[in-house]
Design a protein around this ligand. Structure first.
Ligand code: FES
Length: 106
C-alpha cells in the first residue's frame, strides 16, 4: 500500500491509500478524486488523466514512455512534471507521492 496525496487546482487535498499494482489514475477514480476524467479508461489514448508529479517525486516516478509523450501532446498546460496518471503504476516505493491535478483536462 502507498498513500497518495492528490491536490486539486483549487487546493483541495485528497489523501488516499493506493494498492500496489493499481495506477495513480484508477486510484483517483475509485476514490472519487475530482478532476481526473480518464475517458479512455487507462489505455493511454485520451490525455484526460493528466497530473503534475510533485517535484520531489519526479525522479522516483520516472519519465513518460515515448507513447505517453506522444499522448501528452494533447494535454493542456504540460509542464516538466507532467504525466498521464494511468501510466504511473503504484508501488510501495511511491508511499507519500504527491500529485497535482490541472484545472482543465484535454
Ligand atoms: Fe486515457 Fe490515461 S486514462 S490516457
Amino acid at each position: 500500500m502507498a498513500k497518495i496525496t492528490y491536490i486539486t487546482h483549487d487546493d483541495r487535498t485528497f489523501e488516499v491509500e493506493a494498492a500496489a499494482g493499481a495506477t495513480v489514475m484508477s486510484t483517483a477514480v475509485r476514490n472519487m478524486v475530482p478532476g481526473i476524467e480518464a475517458e479512455c479508461g487507462g489505455a493511454c489514448a485520451c490525455a484526460t488523466c493528466h497530473v503534475y508529479v510533485d517535484e520531489a517525486w519526479q525522479d522516483k516516478v520516472g519519465k513518460p514512455s515515448p507513447m505517453e509523450e506522444d499522448m501528452l501532446d494533447f494535454a493542456i498546460d504540460v509542464r516538466p512534471g507532467s504525466r498521464l496518471s494511468c501510466q504511473v503504476k503504484v508501488t510501495d516505493d511511491l508511499d507519500g507521492l504527491v500529485v497535482r491535478i490541472p484545472e482543465e483536462q484535454a
